[in-house]
Ligand binder design. Structure first.
Ligand SMILES: Cc1ncc(COP(=O)(O)O)c(C=O)c1O
Length: 480
């Protein structure tokens, strides 16, 4: 028996590979005919409690099991009526690029090879998108949760110097305070926990009725903290809040940060890529003044999971936060060890996949204009839903529609709205999610998916009405 893991029969493997590719293309082409989501039956789940395989199995058999037991039970985010959370739908070029990346099996931690040049190309494109200087650095990471965490670490270096890596936060570090809005994503709070600053070091500033950070309150809080002997060091603004899609007043926050000499970070998980659209970009005015921006190509950018990104204006400071010398990572001017700095100097990961390739393919295959137009369509879909809710007496809007997220209710209890969402998901009709706004549950439809059409929005409205009527009819029929 050969010890290597290459195919024994390349021709048969080639045929099987083509079948697998065709099956996946068929699946994507016919996604509309599938339910958005369906629960996984117990007997299918039980297949994944099998013991560790001792012997080799034919690729064909494994793929057959994939087709019957994995493919039908995805979360549904490739489906046009998936409207839950904030999840991109992926694209065919992105999928194909993933296959090529796996074939290359490149490690993007460092060294001198084409993968690193592709990632550098992406860093340059991202600088260009946000109007950042050549000296800015960037790096692919899993997602915005990690990118926000890394930004907090860079801001910590900015406040305390590189010595913090050796000596820890100490007394001076315990006085650091950061600021974000009450509508910020929970990962911002977690970033403060992981960075050793503690969640109490993060001030959550109240938002107005528009869900944007109250900049007056931010200014007042910074002043109060300074007077109490504390050290304000960073503000984290949101470009698209997770609940309602609100964009903080980035220009006003940028000006305040400049005045107060604070690090200005933008959590633009999905909203920041709105700079690709001429229509949406003006709403992000001020983002070009950020010290750092975290965002995901796998959300509005439609790059397959995962492709998070951190951009830092001061590349030197970014490197000072993460780079460390090691004999086995010695740099040279020639050979494979050339081309310093490497991506591993800008983040905690040494082993890194080739996320840049699927992003490079996506940006080239669609171009800025088509991606921008797709995002504008998402916002048009949200406006359409807002209008439809206004026309239906049983429905009410739960938050202003700022961008591409619509939060609404079927008039009734929180429990009723939760049931309506579960009903829609289980029926496979549509998959919105829920959130709590002003202490009440809302049905949340986030338009990120490039496949969603007005007909899908209509299907969501009809399903919300039908399940709402059925359930409220039932509860009326029951004795109190
Ligand atoms: C505003 C915001 N920030 C951060 C995140 C976390 O991003 P990720 O899931 O890529 O870690 C999300 C996720 O939806 C988000 O909407």
């Amino acid at each position: 028996m050969s010890k290597d893991l290459d195919p024994a029969d390349w021709n048969e493997t080639r045929r099987q590979a083509h079948r697998m590719l065709d099956d996946m293309l068929d699946h994507i082409q016919n996604i509309r005919q599938q339910p958005v989501w369906q629960p996984m039956p117990q007997e299918t789940r039980a297949e994944f409690r099998a013991p560790l395989p001792a012997a080799a199995q034919p690729l064909e058999d494994i793929h057959t099991q994939f087709l019957s037991s994995i493919l039908p039970y995805g979360s549904g985010n490739t489906h046009p009526r998936f409207m839950g959370w904030v999840q991109g739908a992926g694209t065919v070029p992105g999928m194909l690029a993933e296959m090529l990346a796996a074939g290359l099996n490149a490690n993007l931690g460092g060294r001198d090879h084409a993968g690193i040049e592709v990632e550098r190309q992406l860093v340059q494109w991202v600088r260009e998108m946000f109007g950042f200087p050549e000296s800015a650095s960037g790096i692919f990471v899993t997602g915005t949760s990690i990118a926000n965490f890394m930004a907090v670490l860079v801001a910590r270096t900015h406040a305390m110097g590189g010595g913090v890596r050796k000596s820890g936060l100490g007394k001076a570090g315990s006085r650091l305070r950061g600021y974000t809005s009450a509508a910020a994503h929970g990962c911002v709070r977690r970033a403060f926990e992981y960075a050793g600053l503690g969640a109490d070091a993060l001030r959550e500033i109240a938002t107005g009725a528009d869900h944007r950070m109250d900049v007056g309150e931010l200014r007042a809080r910074i002043r109060r903290d300074r007077m109490a002997g504390l050290t304000p060091f960073m503000v984290i603004a949101s470009a698209g809040t997770v609940d309602a899609g609100a964009i903080d007043d980035l220009a006003a926050i940028a000006a305040l940060c400049a005045e107060e000499k604070l690090w200005f970070h933008v959590d633009g998980a999905y909203g920041a890529l709105g700079v690709l659209s001429r229509e949406i970009a003006p709403r992000l005015a001020g983002i070009d003044a950020a010290d750092s921006i975290a965002f995901d190509f796998h959300k509005w950018g439609q790059v397959p999971y995962d492709a998070g990104f951190l951009l830092v204006r001061d590349g030197r400071l970014h490197m000072d936060t993460f780079a460390s010398p090691a004999a086995y990572l010695r740099r040279d001017t020639r050979g494979l060890s050339a081309g310093s700095p490497w991506p591993c100097d800008f983040g905690p990961d040494l082993s890194r996949g080739f996320r840049a390739l699927k992003t490079w393919f996506t940006l080239k295959a669609f171009g800025r204009e088509k991606l921008g137009a797709m995002m504008e369509e998402s916002c048009a879909m949200a406006r359409h839903l807002e209008m439809r809710i206004g026309n239906e007496a049983e429905l009410e809007l739960a938050a202003p529609v700022g961008l591409n997220i619509v939060c609404f209710r079927y008039r009734g209890s929180d429990a009723l709205n939760g049931e309506i969402v579960a009903d829609m998901q289980e029926a496979g009709i549509a998959a919105p999610s829920t959130t709590m706004l002003d202490g009440r549950m809302a049905i949340r439809a986030c338009f990120i998916n490039h496949r969603t059409t007005i007909a899908d929005v209509e299907a969501l409205v009809q399903a919300a009405l039908a399940f709402g009527r059925r359930r409220s009819g039932q509860s009326l029929a029951k004795p109190a």
